[in-house]
Design a binder for this molecule. Sequence first.
Ligand code: GLU
Length: 461
Amino acid sequence: MTRPSNTDNSRELTKEARYLDEVYNTVVTRNPNESEFHQAVALIFKSLLPILKKHPVYMEKGILEQLVEPERVITFRVPWMDDYGKVHVNRGFRVQFNSALGPYKGGLRFHPSVNVSIVKFLGLEQIIKNALTGQPIGGGKGGADFDPKGKSDNEIMRFCQSFMSELAKHIGPDTDIPAGDIGVGAKEIGYMFGQYKKMRGSFEAGVLTGKGIGYGGSLARKEATGYGLIYFVQEMLKDINLSINGSTVAVSGSGNVAIYAMEKAISLGAKVVACSDSNGFIYDENGLDLDTVKEIKEVNQDRIETYIDKHPSASYFEGCNGIWGIPCDVALPCATQNELDEASAKKLIENGVKAVAEGANMPSTPEAIELFIGNNISFGPAKAANAGGVAVSSLEMSQNSMRMSWSFEEVDAKLQQIMKNTYDACYAASEEFDVTGNLEIGSNIAGFKRVADAMVEQGLV
Ligand code: GLU
């Protein structure tokens, strides 16, 4: 990992650059074997030199040291019994990272790769992302190393109940509000909500978001991350005099984010030519049929490979990286962290990609991001581009507090406005710090500033 201060061109390190290096080194020493967390810290720190110079108070008040140390990390045992009576034990996590702007807010990920490093990288990103939405929410994240793949409904229910039996001690509508992420959708949220309600003996709708529509969920929450991503891309393309209408789009993943990004892109006139799952990707130069993708993934929970049974004109390729070799105008990594590396970025650039926007969290490696920015490719970083999901989660909390629900159109209109505001905030910060159009730096600075100012105003607590 390059030094976070390496954006400073002067040969003598300034005191701000030294501060960045020192705090980063402490993070690495104090949290060994947490490479994803180190990566997320370095990504943010690389953008902060100019704002530290302009606002010395952040250094004087030790804001960076506080920002990178979670307020609380909770780890717990999750025992559950499978359908054959065998006992399994998974590890559950909740990182309550920062509450400067509001109660901790962020999803739960159920995936075998989940560990403290993954949860902390996601939690740190969530702080900045949530700040960018302009909503009153702090940052948190959680999950378990449980693999929902291949599990029966009853097994998933028992796991969710056991997970919530412990998590319930630490959350609440005014303290910490989990939601979904990879492996956690409305079904899992429902099982967890049921268990929480039973334990509390009261119906606290605002304790979880992403709930079913019938009991307090928000319309358009399911679509929000994907739709929001495309609203953000529309703003990016406007600034380079292009339009989503008529663009060729490649999307990795085929989960909730990818599916609704494809849906919005297609409805605005784009041609989506590829998507993937963890085994491989499908490609049709004439455009994919989204109904078939939805049927495979949302109804049958099958492999994306089966798409070609219904559409023999499409091709299936094993492995995930190859998707970035497909010529496209807009690339949307919507699968998982570090899925788009330097070699893939090179291929996209060679093939003439105009814009890359991240639907997943931290999907591009630092080297890939440098290539995009160095080659003047419009780059929409995750913490801004995929903020639509958590933004509508915050709208769900508002509706729950008011005990009412807005129409799909009302929520969608608010989402569009939030994504535009998010884009404008990132762009304005990039202009203010003389890197016009660099949304990577702009997003980190704009999000950081909102959190840092609140931390300064609230003192050491
Ligand atoms: N997991 C989503 C994210 O990465 C949504 C979190 C939420 O709705 O709280 O932002």
